[in-house]
Design a protein around this ligand. Structure first.
Ligand SMILES: [Zn+2]
Length: 921
């Protein structure tokens, strides 16, 4: 098996006697163990009169096995030992996975392996789970991705299994007079869940021999295949499904043009990656590219290429363009432009420069592969095992063996107008039918033959050209000697308004570096309009430097400007050697910060639309956004930001930018494969570019509402066409480490019980949970449920009952497992320089200059007792005396709203609430 030279893990692939393909991974650096099992059965295998059956079975396997008949047992065991688990059902595969502290792996895998040898599939849970599947289906009814999928399924060859409905509902999964679901799901399981169709990857610190013994013991009982699987032979599209336009009306205010080209499956050509070559050029964003042209015309915001559904015998190659309002009026010209570029590619011929650039980047990523958590690693590998031969289980995604010009040309030839489907997604399309499952208005029509002829003719756009060679590609990146390594970041520059921290880190053996530059200004938070303009600046700036710096991005040096509560952060990451060059370019652009008025108008409009769209997201997300706006005055709701930004003129914006950049407070962190002199020279560069505008006073500190002693308040949201939802949030008074520990452990303890009670037993809905939800540094616990049919008020009662009746008397054993589980999670090693640097950066931003928050928290959790938790629940959460809590409700009807308003103290206006309150930070 080919393995990255930077990967210290031991691998052993083998096949069990029953035919199960296994990959064992010994990872001595982790204290977690993980397993993933994938089976080559998915919704494509659903009987056509039982759509959703594969997905239903995936759910049922969690609900009891012969050895562990109780339904919540597996999840409870995992969460007691700090494990996690999940599963998904795809088109051709279904995958199950979990991880846990390694001491408990054997017991966990004993439970997990039973899914595949002796599930109960009991009648009692069949009834309940049908409801849950239906709730899962209804939850996503307004999700545009699902909706577009639904139309896609209706406009292809109906004989192809992709056309089937994958989720399932009460409709498709109810018992019928001639057949009951239990028999069918059992039959499906017996036919598809056999060893030959499965792959299993397990990883942990255990020696390979132990893992091997474990697998043989637990998985040998999986039955072998009775009949080999029948391959899909029907084409995804017949002639009548190509050369068509599909116009779709989305829920959200979105504008997309997707050109989708039909290709055969690409699994067999994985060694040569012909499609990557095409997407490298078509998706290019540098000068001469399709996107550069469209942006210059103000027709598009973004373009991606190469995505699209794929499977054993099909691949959609999509060029997906996010249009502006103006662009929506020029769609035929845009399509002509794309074909002009494709013609340019074929006239120029297949060029090995591009292939070699792409290959160099791919080889680099493999060579210096980032370490993944065991759970992520097994998840990826178990699917690779379904697609690649043993030798390429790891390398398969990266390999680009050699340029095969004929093969690339063959795939390039699929990019023809008559082999295309045009998908137009926007609010202004005319439609003449409604899709079956998601009720999406759409229209299907043949593309005008004159247009096809036009796009086939010689098209010339003199602005288009193929990319120049990339100056940022580093062929042999080097590691610096480990001579400046110290245990925590050190301050190497400190003057009023500018602090620079540095830490060399050689522990990952990767030639990568991270630079964080916090560019704060008190101007950023003066008003909602300023907060909105800070976000707008981030968008506009990122857009304005994109074309110029795209080569760096392609070469593995990434940069990202993002807003935070006191301003914005510029982050550089990736191969470090040429980062100073990019840094200088970016600082020059920031210093200049002049942004064109046309782009201003466009992005302002776009941002307003995005913020308004947030009002269409699911009710639970809306409630959490509202909670955050209430508690953090520098995080207003999307609605408020939209309203504020709408009033802003270009002059306001340029004035704002001047004021912002005249009063800067800069904090920098340089981390990774650098020596101190290099860090110092970058510090000097940053200082030289920005120092004339430093604000010598303290920077911005993020505020949180001090809710102490306020009792219970209600924040209602009246959204008639959304699900009911309720959130109860308990904000804590202090941010000391004891409050954090108590809040964290309590939510961890309650979580599986709450889930079991509300979702499995009472079946309120699909989205339920208890979480540790801090507001900036201040801890808090949130209970939440979203429900299609239970009113918000009834949900509140159920949650109150749960909290009041909760019995903390768990066994000492269970308590210790919980404690150790959490501690284990906190002590988990950082698996990549990215994660480690982010952790340091958060500490710097929180002014935790001892860099030991985690250690303190571990000590605190070790000292907690069950009595502490019982007291905490009694004093801070339970209803027997007045406690501080905020109840958020999403209601459908005005009489419910009136009822809630009459019976609670209500926060009607967040601004008024803010004016009356004091803050802490
Ligand atoms: Zn599901």
């Amino acid at each position: 098996m080919k393995q990255s030279p930077n990967d210290p893990k031991q691998y052993k692939p083998f096949t069990l006697a029953n035919g199960l393909r296994v990959l064992l991974i010994e990872n001595s650096e982790s204290n977690r163990s993980a397993a993933a099992l994938a089976v080559n059965a998915g919704h494509f295998d659903d009987p056509s009169d039982r759509q959703g059956l594969a997905h239903f079975l995936e759910h049922m396997l969690f609900l009891g096995t012969e050895k562990y008949p109780e339904s919540g047992e597996y999840q409870q065991y995992l969460s007691q030992h700090n494990g996690s688990s999940n599963a998904w059902t795809g088109t051709e595969h279904t995958c199950f996975y979990f991880d846990i502290n390694h001491q408990h792996f054997n017991d966990a895998i004993d439970r997990f392996s039973q899914f595949f040898t002796a599930p109960l599939l009991s009648q009692e849970f069949i009834e309940k789970e049908r409801q849950n599947i239906d709730a899962e289906f209804k939850l996503k009814l307004k999700d545009d991705m699902r909706r577009i999928y639904d139309v896609h399924k209706e406009t292809i060859n109906p004989e192809h299994p992709f056309s089937k409905f994958s989720v399932g509902s009460l409709d498709t999964l109810s018992d019928r007079t001639d057949s009951c679901l239990k028999d069918e799901v059992t039959r499906f399981y017996n036919e598809h869940y056999c060893a030959q169709r499965m792959t299993l990857a397990i990883e942990g610190p255990q020696p390979i021999a132990d893992l091997e013994r474990l697998v043989i013991e637990k998985f040998s009982a999986i039955r072998s295949e009775i009949q080999p699987k029948i391959k899909v032979s029907e084409p995804l599209y017949k002639k009548e499904h190509l050369g068509i336009s599909v116009d779709i009306k989305p829920e959200k205010d979105d504008r997309k043009l997707i050109l989708s080209f039909a290709m055969p499956g690409i699994d067999t050509s994985y060694l040569y990656k012909p499609v990557s070559y095409l997407s490298y050029l078509l998706g290019h964003e540098g000068s001469g590219s399709i996107l550069a042209y469209l942006k210059n015309k103000q027709w598009a915001m973004a373009l991606t290429s190469g995505g699209g559904v794929n499977g054993a015998n099909f691949k959609d190659f999509n060029i997906s363009i996010r249009l502006t309002e103006e662009g929506e009026q020029h769609q035929d010209e845009i399509i002509a432009l794309v074909f002009a570029y494709i013609q340019l590619m074929s006239k120029t011929g297949i060029n090995d420069t591009y292939f070699n650039e792409k290959k160099a980047i791919s080889e680099f990523s493999f060579q210096y592969q980032e370490k993944l958590k065991p759970l992520d690693s097994v998840n990826q590998l178990v699917i690779n095992m379904q697609h690649y031969p043993v030798h390429d289980y790891i390398y398969g995604d990266y390999v680009m063996a050699e340029l095969k010009p004929d093969l690339v040309a063959e795939f390039l030839d699929y990019l023809r107008p008559e082999n295309m489907r045009i998908i137009r997604i926007n609010q202004h399309v005319t439609t003449d039918q409604i899709s079956h499952w998601y009720k999406v208005p759409y229209k299907k029509s043949a593309i005008d033959s004159n247009l096809i002829v036009h796009w086939q003719s010689d098209l010339l756009f003199k602005e288009l050209s193929l990319p120049k060679p990339n100056p940022y590609i580093v062929n042999k990146p080097t590691l610096v000697p480990a001579k400046d390594e110290i245990s925590v970041p050190a301050l190497i520059k400190n003057k009023p308004g500018l602090k620079v921290w540095f830490k060399q880190d050689c522990s990952f053996f990767v030639p990568k570096g991270q630079i964080f530059i916090g560019i704060d200004s008190t101007v950023a938070v003066e008003s909602k309009a300023h907060i909105a303009m800070t976000r707008l600046f981030v968008e506009l700036f990122s857009d304005s430097v994109l074309e110029q710096n795209y080569h760096a991005e392609l070469a593995g040096i990434h940069y990202h400007l993002y807003p935070h509560q006191g301003g914005m952060t510029l982050q550089l990451s990736g191969i470090n050697e040429k980062q100073p060059l990019l840094l200088e370019n970016l600082l020059d652009s920031i210093k200049d910060h002049s942004l064109a008025i046309e782009r201003f108008k466009l992005f302002k409009k776009q941002l307003v639309v995005n913020w308004r769209n947030a009002e269409k997201s699911k009710s639970i997300s809306q409630l959490f956004a509202k909670l955050s706006a209430l508690m953090k005055p520098y995080s207003p709701s999307g609605k408020d930001l939209a309203a504020a930004l709408e009033q802003v003129s270009y002059e306001n914006f340029t004035d704002f930018c001047e004021a912002y950049f005249n009063k800067l407070c800069i904090e920098v962190f340089i981390y990774g494969n650098w020596l101190e002199p290099q860090a110092k020279s970058m510090a000097k560069l940053i200082s030289a570019k920005l120092s004339e505008h430093l604000d010598e006073n303290e920077g911005v500190s993020s505020k949180v509402v001090d809710y102490k002693g306020k009792g219970k308040s209600l924040l209602p949201l009246h959204i008639p066409d959304h699900d009911y939802a309720s959130v109860i949030y308990y904000p804590m008074e202090n941010d000391d480490v004891q409050s954090v520990a108590l809040t964290m452990v309590t939510s961890h303890l309650l979580s599986p019980h709450f889930f079991h009670q509300m979702r499995t037993e009472q079946q309120f809905g699909y989205l339920v949970g208890v979480g540790y939800v801090p507001m900036n540094r201040f801890p808090g616990v949130a209970f939440y449920i979203q429900s299609p049919d239970t009113t918000a008020d009834a949900l509140f009662s159920a949650m109150d009952d749960f909290i009041n009746e909760f019995d903390v008397n768990i066994s000492t054993d269970e308590w210790q497992h919980l404690q150790h589980g959490l501690i284990g999670q906190l002590q988990e090693k950082d698996t990549s320089p990215r994660i480690k640097s982010q952790r340091y950066w958060v500490s710097i931003c929180n002014k935790d200059y001892g860099f030991d928050q985690k250690e303190q928290l571990v000590k605190e959790i070790e000292n907690l007792t069950l009595t502490d938790i019982a007291d905490f629940i009694k004093n801070k959460l339970a209803n027997n005396k007045p406690v501080d809590k905020i109840c958020l409700a999403s209601v459908k009807h005005s009489d419910e709203l009136a009822y809630l308003l009459n019976n609670n103290r209500v926060i009607n206006d967040i601004d008024v609430f803010h004016q009356k309150n004091i803050y802490k930070s």
